[in-house]
Design a protein around this ligand. Structure first.
Ligand code: 5AD
Ligand code: SF4
Length: 481
């Protein structure tokens, strides 16, 4: 990487092609960081604060990769010379958190006027958000969106060059820029984008508007990236897409997600494959077979339900009924009995009656999820559901939400203890937060286990005897292979 930057002539005009154009701007910005750091007698720090989903987490690794090339030293929190919020807008409370924290950042900037504040990600794709920031948060330096995160170096240079707020939001894009630097949070596992955007337009969801149309990366690019990751010590990958089951449909040479999984499964040295998220309407028998036959694909499927009422599912534009969902869950459990199923559920979608809600409770009791993320419906401007008239009163939603959560937790505590007194393969992820001399790892089905061990185990797959179930996690002991 350094050789690449060394070979770039920054006195020449910037290259037209990506990613070379960004490497050129990385080198330009590097001059600024070096000079500032000399002046201050310390390194310049950069902190990325990530909101939202795994896609954003992966984007943040790319953003940090660029910042480190520029010469910043990565740090956590907000005491830094460059602070970036990678935002989420899937629910309104995510937006509120960003505004709240921006207020506090303003105070920090007053005591460190050289601080550069940047905002990117889904929330920035909304016009009214950018208008509000331009008006009321004028201390922000750079705003960009989801389609041009690869452009960070160029935008930073622009900001340094002209000392004015830089705003660059794209409405969409056809292209996918490959081969930018990344800085992984974990040495041994990594997210891998396989597609971007979403074409489903569930009526409550803002994602298709802020992440754009579905675009798949070529299988060759994906496989190359995973091989490089494995050579660099990665043993587990999480294939990421808003709806992985429709992967590959728009490629010049279409391939199915199941076929992609088969090819990923063949990569030597790779131990575990996860993926997220599956839309129930597109989950194929072929995929179930690949999961069943593969020794690397983890026995975990996140299958968002959203609602158990066919009437509400139709209003949500989910394109499956309660019965179809239940039949699918049954089929998966029959084919892969040790699978762990998790889900997302929205409570209080417009028009949801007590009866509709009871249908959701019914599915929860029948499927018996290992865990479920439960959300209160949040009205997103510009989505079809936002203009539906019969929004459910807050108190009713709250009561339903609490009941659902209690049921989900009760079932989850029963279900997730089912592997008690067995030996399981565990990927050791980190030192235990609470108890010295302990480590934390995950089973293939994603359940957490704590057991005695040291830092030398991190990143390896070991066999652990599951001694005690604590409801959502196990206590175990290291066992012989
Ligand atoms: N309100 C509440 N939850 C939502 N989700 C998406 N949009 C909304 C919304 N407007 C939830 C869905 C999705 C998860 C990522 O977020 O359950 O699966
Ligand atoms: Fe949103 Fe539906 Fe697309 Fe998921 S599949 S990102 S819920 S529109």
């Amino acid at each position: 990487m350094n050789d690449l930057l060394d070979s770039i002539d920054i006195t020449a005009a910037p290259p037209e092609n990506e990613p070379m154009r960004q490497y050129y701007f990385m080198k330009k910005c590097r001059g600024y960081v070096e000079a500032e750091s000399k002046r201050l007698g310390r390194p310049l720090y950069a902190a990325i604060n990530t909101f939202g989903c795994q896609m954003n987490a992966r984007d943040s690794e790319k953003l940090l990769g660029t910042l480190e090339q520029i010469g910043f030293v990565g740090t956590e929190g907000e005491d830094a010379d460059f602070v970036l919020y990678n935002t989420c807008t899937v629910r309104e409370n995510a937006n509120q958190r960003v505004y709240g924290r921006l207020g506090q950042l303003n105070n920090k900037k007053k005591s460190n006027p050289h601080m550069i504040i940047a905002l990117c990600g889904c929330m920035m794709q909304e016009e009214q958000v950018v208008a509000k920031i331009r008006k009321s948060y004028r201390f922000v330096d750079i705003i960009f969106g989801t389609h041009n995160i690869f452009k960070l170096a160029e935008l930073l240079w622009e900001r340094l060059d002209r000392e004015k707020m830089v705003v660059d939001i794209w409405e969409g894009t056809e292209s996918i820029v490959e081969d930018l630097p990344t800085e992984r949070k974990y040495a041994f596992k990594s997210g891998v984008n396989i597609m971007f955007g979403c074409n489903n337009f569930c009526s409550y969801c803002i994602v298709p508007y802020v992440r754009g149309r579905e675009r798949s990366r070529s299988p060759e690019d994906i496989l190359d990236e995973i091989r490089t990751l494995v050579a660099d010590g990665v043993v587990e990958v999480m294939l990421l897409g808003q709806n992985v089951n429709s992967y590959g449909k728009t490629l010049e040479h279409p391939i199915s997600f199941a076929e992609l999984l088969r090819r990923v499964n063949e990569i030597p040295g790779l131990e575990r494959i996860r993926f997220m998220t599956s839309h129930p309407k597109d989950l194929s028998d072929e995929l179930i077979q690949v999961m069943k036959e593969s020794d690397k694909v983890c026995r975990h499927l996140h299958l968002p339900l959203q609602s158990g009422s066919s009437r509400i599912l139709s209003a949500m534009n989910r394109r499956y009924t309660k019965e179809q969902y239940l039949a699918l869950a049954d089929k998966i459990k029959t084919e892969i009995p040790d699978i762990s199923l998790t889900t997302d559920i929205i409570v209080g979608f417009p028009g949801e009656t007590d009866d509709d809600f009871e249908e959701t409770m019914d599915v929860v009791r029948r499927v018996r999820y290992d865990s479920a993320f439960t959300f209160i419906y949040s009205k997103r401007t510009g989505t079809p559901a936002a203009s539906m008239i019969d929004q459910v009163p807050e108190a009713v939603v709250k009561e339903r939400f609490d009941r659902l959560l209690a049921e989900v937790q009760r079932i989850s505590a029963e279900v997730s203890g089912r592997d008690i007194h067995t030996r399981q393969k565990v990927l050791v992820e980190e030192l235990d937060d609470h108890v010295e001399g302990m480590v934390t790892g995950r089973l293939g089905n994603n359940t957490v286990v704590h057991f005695r061990g040291g830092a030398e185990l991190i990143g390896s797959i070991v066999t652990v005897y599951l001694e005690e179930s604590k409801g959502f996690y196990y206590m175990g002991t290291l066992a012989e292979d």
